[in-house]
Structure formats: structure tokens, C-alpha cells
Design a protein around this ligand. Structure first.
Ligand code: APR
Length: 308
């Protein structure tokens, strides 16, 4: 039987994710949004691309959560995106309300689903979804490091003029200004970039990575990034549904790992059909660990402002 993927919020990120998931035939896709007509219209349009792109996923658009029942994976992209000058934290109050109401419905109709949270501020929205939906921590995963490290990989590849195929990067911490890009664990064909680039160039790449989302918000003026987020979400969906056990940096609820508890943080984890199979604990230097703990403190501060 085909897997069922529900995407909540059919704006830029949701629609791009649906398109890529359908092209890869990861399952049938249900699109749901608060606006009437939009999920139905985008769903039908995408379905009509099937004979051209040759995929056999069924796509449906709806405003009724009954149609999402028994989903294998739900992706929460509902919410408002940033405008220039805004941080992800500025979205907190609006998106808490939206993610809370969405999660109540998802938990009612798909209590056994894996949940991928995308709405920002990401790490706080993961917390809202976990608390409201009462999902176990191995089934709730946030889009953070896969996107942030894709940005870092792009910048490394552009700087060194090497194939994207050979570039890996590791970005941990919150999906925000305090994220922690780790050059020691960022490589070209296994060679750490610390051996391939000057410290100044690495610093520039770190800063550009941290501001990667903001750079695009400033260019777009209305709305935030969606091509790279869509690709990153689909990589996570694929790793879970195909039990690929890819090792990807994603936001997970920590319960003692890296000496932290009670906060969602981007950490390398193994993603398979059980959801989070394992959280991988890197041997960080004192400085790297201090940056990670600083990031966690910011996450805790944001969580403390949430009223559910
Ligand atoms: N239920 C369902 N859908 C909702 C709800 C709700 N309660 N509230 C808003 N939406 C929908 C909107 O109608 C819109 O179609 O969420 C969609 C958001 O789409 P965009 O405005 O295009 O935003 P997008 O760029 O997709 O970003 C969505 O992802 O990356 C994050 O920061 C970003 O939080 C933002 C989210």
C-alpha cells in the first residue's frame, strides 16, 4: 500500500514539498490549508502534471482534517513567514496559535504519524507540537540542520569550486542566529574544510550560513525561502519512509544528550522507519560545546514565553 503524506499549509514551502514528494513517488499526498480552494486548486494542478512527469502519486486538496486520517507522515508548514528585518522569534505568538490548532487536529486523526515541523521559530514550534499532540520524541523531528547544512554545503562548494556531490557540512543548534556550524565536521571527500580554506574564509561561510534564511528574506521582500526547505523536507520524508537510516542534522527533543534536557536542538541523528533511530553524540571541543549550550539557552528562553 502507498504511504500517506499530509502537508499542512499549502503556501510556498508546502506546495514545493508536495511537488518534490510526488515526483519522487514517496506516497499519496494530502494538502490541507485554512484557505478554501487553495489546497484543492494546487492539488489538482499538481495531479495534472502526473502524465507529464510520469508519477503515480495521488494528490488531494482539502480543508477537512478527516481526509488526513491515518497519515504516515504529517508535515506542518502552516504559519506566517518572515518579512525583512524580522527574526524567526518575531513569529512566535502568531505561529504558536496556528501550530497548536493544527496539531490538535493532526493528533486526533493521525495519532501514529511521524511529525515533521517546519513552521518558525522552528525549535519552539516543535515543542508546541510535541506537547499539544502528545507525540513521543522519536516521532517528532524539526527541519533545521538539513537546510542549514545544505546552505553551508552550497557556500563551500562555491568557494572551492568543487562538485556539490563531495561536500558535506554539519550544522547543529537552534534553527536561528545561534546555530552552530561545525567546520571540523564539514568535509570535501572526507577532507575537513579546515585543511582546505583559510580561517577567514571559513568565518565568512559560517556567518553567511547563520544568516542564510535572512539573506533570502531580504531579497524576496515578501516571504521566506522555499526551494531548499522543500528539498530538505523531502530528504527527511524519504529517509523515514524508505528506512534509509540517513544521518542528518535535524531538531530533536533532547533528554540528556549533549548534557541538555527539555529543549529541541539540531543534532545529527539517524532517521528511519522508527523515526529517530539514534541521536549521534559527537565529541565536541569545549568551545563547540559552549556554543551549543548558548544556543540551547536561547531555545529555553523562547519556550518559556509559550502559553499553551
Ligand atoms: N491551518 C492550515 N493552514 C494555515 C493555517 C492554519 N491554521 N494558518 C495559515 N495557514 C497556511 C496559509 O493559508 C498559507 O497557505 O499556511 C500557509 C503558509 O504559506 P506561506 O505564507 O507561503 O509561508 P511559507 O513560505 O510556506 O512558510 C511557512 O514555514 O519556513 C517556515 O517561517 C516559515 O513559518 C513559516 C512556514
Amino acid at each position: 500500500m502507498r504511504k500517506k503524506i499530509t502537508i499542512v499549509g499549502v503556501g510556498h514551502v508546502g506546495a514545493t514539498t508536495a511537488q518534490l514528494a510526488a515526483y519522487k513517488e514517496l506516497g499519496d499526498v494530502v494538502l490541507i490549508d485554512i484557505i478554501e480552494g487553495v489546497p484543492q486548486g494546487k492539488g489538482l494542478d499538481l495531479q495534472e502534471s502526473a502524465p507529464l512527469e510520469l508519477f503515480d502519486s495521488n494528490i488531494m486538496g482539502t480543508n477537512d482534517y478527516k481526509d488526513t486520517a491515518n497519515s504516515d507522515i504529517v508535515v506542518i508548514t502552516a504559519g506566517v513567514p518572515r518579512k525583512p528585518g524580522m527574526s524567526r522569534e518575531d513569529l512566535l505568538n502568531t505561529n504558536v496559535k496556528i501550530v497548536k490548532s493544527v496539531t490538535e487536529q493532526l493528533a486526533k486523526y493521525s495519532p501514529n504519524a511521524f511529525v515533521i515541523v517546519v513552521s518558525n521559530p522552528l525549535d519552539a514550534m516543535c515543542y508546541v507540537a510535541m506537547k499539544v499532540g502528545n507525540f513521543p520524541r522519536h516521532r517528532i523531528i524539526g527541519l533545521s540542520g538539513v537546510l542549514d547544512s545544505a546552505r553551508m554545503r552550497s557556500f563551500i562548494s562555491m568557494e572551492l569550486n568543487v562538485s556539490m556531490d563531495d561536500v558535506h557540512a554539519m550544522v547543529m543548534g537552534l534553527h536561528g542566529d545561534s546555530m552552530v556550524p561545525l567546520p571540523r565536521y564539514s568535509t570535501v571527500s572526507g577532507i575537513s574544510i579546515t585543511e582546505l580554506m583559510s580561517r577567514e574564509k571559513i568565518e565568512k561561510i559560517i556567518e553567511r550560513t547563520k544568516n542564510g534564511g535572512g539573506e533570502i528574506v531580504n531579497l524576496l521582500k515578501t516571504g521566506s525561502a522555499y526551494y531548499a526547505p522543500g528539498s530538505a523536507i523531502v530528504q527527511m520524508i524519504e529517509s523515514i519512509l524508505k528506512d534509509k537510516k540517513r544521518v542528518l542534522p535535524c531538531a530533536a527533543y533532547l533528554d540528556g544528550e549533549y548534557g541538555m534536557k527539555g529543549v529541541f536542538m539540531g543534532v545529527p541523528l539517524k532517521l528511519g522507519i522508527k523515526g529517530i533511530d539514534e541521536i549521534i553524540q559527537l565529541k565536541l571541543t569545549d568551545n563547540e560545546m559552549a556554543s551549543l549550550h548558548k544556543s540551547a539557552e536561547e531555545g529555553k528562553k523562547t519556550i518559556s514565553q509559550i502559553k499553551l
